[in-house]
Write a protein that binds this ligand. Structure first.
Ligand code: FE2
Length: 337
């Protein structure tokens, strides 16, 4: 079912950031009637006092937006791999209402999956003042560090911006398929290396307690090319004695990979503004951000709400994703009943 890919892949998810920046069809701006619809859905849930994670699609009717949801799902799987929803009235909502809004939108796009060992379904992405390296389980979303390009878990993540930081924190997205194609063109031998196993630090998040997971960065499976990569966690896995040292070929492959992602025109860079929701496939799109500084008042800092979703039109997953902390739940959800 999965086979080595040694030629560039023609795929709508292979795109360059400079081309993408010239167009705006990846942005869906809510019109007034859609905003009104969303406001009443949020108000209805808030008034009923339903437990947030028990809110399902029928509790959150958005008939005017259903066409957009269909289009976005087709773009997320089978299209360019990402979309930006713009215009949520976040400033007028309380924290609780913002959580209802992102959760409610999520119910129209897929099934939420747990984002950590505890199974939390909705994460706050903000600076907790903690520093990566201070504790083995600290994860990047809890800091103000720049975050190198990586993938999350579930088919798709939804990142809703409630507040921007005072400075920095620009969002970056890159097509992992385009980067693969460039690697194959330049160094087909290294494209093969990236389809072989790497050891990645599991950051204490695996249900089976394993400290690392071992799997390829790129997997060609059932006609799809998927990436799973957290570069920092490949580096931090090297602290464990049982982990083999990276080979020269692996280092060279990772270097080429990072060099290409940093070449002018490869990444799409933009500001995620309050009221924006970035949706992106974790199979084909890498994302990251520049470092940021917050205002001194902690309640005014950069704040994002994040969901991981299994989408109804998701691709078949390779068997080596079955136990990963990123895809175990999605893998099970996709199994025939
Ligand atoms: Fe992420």
């Amino acid at each position: 079912m999965h086979e080595l890919l040694t030629t560039p892949l023609e795929d709508p998810a292979a795109w360059r950031g400079d081309r993408m920046a010239e167009r705006s069809d990846w942005i869906v701006t809510l019109d007034e009637t859609m905003v009104a619809e969303l406001e009443s859905a949020v108000a209805a849930v808030a008034a009923r006092g339903i437990e947030l994670f028990e809110v399902t699609r029928p509790d959150f009717p958005l008939p005017r937006m259903s066409g957009h949801f269909e289009t976005m799902l087709r773009e997320l799987e089978g299209g360019r791999g990402f979309a930006l929803l713009r215009g949520l009235p976040v400033a007028q909502w309380s924290d609780a209402e913002n959580r209802i809004a992102i959760w409610g939108l999520g119910t129209h796009l897929g099934l939420p999956v747990g984002q950590d060992l505890a199974g939390n379904l909705l994460h706050d992405v903000r600076d907790t003042g903690r520093r990566f390296g201070s504790d083995d389980s600290i994860r990047y979303y809890q800091t103000n560090h720049a975050i190198r390009l990586h993938t999350d878990g579930g088919d798709v993540f939804a990142l809703g911006c409630v507040r921007q930081g005072a400075k920095g924190g620009r969002s970056l997205v890159v097509s992992a398929v385009e980067v693969f194609n460039e690697i194959v063109r330049r160094r087909p031998d290294l494209a093969v290396v990236l389809q072989e196993n790497f050891w990645m630090d599991a950051r204490g998040q695996r249900p089976d307690g394993a400290r690392c997971q071992v799997l390829p960065i790129y997997t060609r499976h059932d006609g799809h090319l998927s990436i799973l990569l957290k570069p920092e966690y490949i580096d931090s896995a090297q602290r464990f004695d049982e982990v083999p040292r990276l080979t020269d070929a692996q280092r060279e492959a990772l270097d080429l990979f990072h060099r290409i992602t940093q070449e002018p025109g490869v990444a799409l860079e933009f500001d995620l503004r309050p009221g924006d929701v970035l949706l992106a496939s974790n199979h084909t799109i890498m994302h990251g951000r520049t470092g940021f500084e917050d205002a001194s008042e902690p309640t005014h800092g950069r704040h994002m709400l994040r969901l991981w979703l299994t989408i109804p039109n998701g691709r078949p997953l390779p068997s080596h994703y079955a136990d990963t902390r990123e895809y175990a739940q999605t893998y099970r959800q996709r199994m025939p009943a």
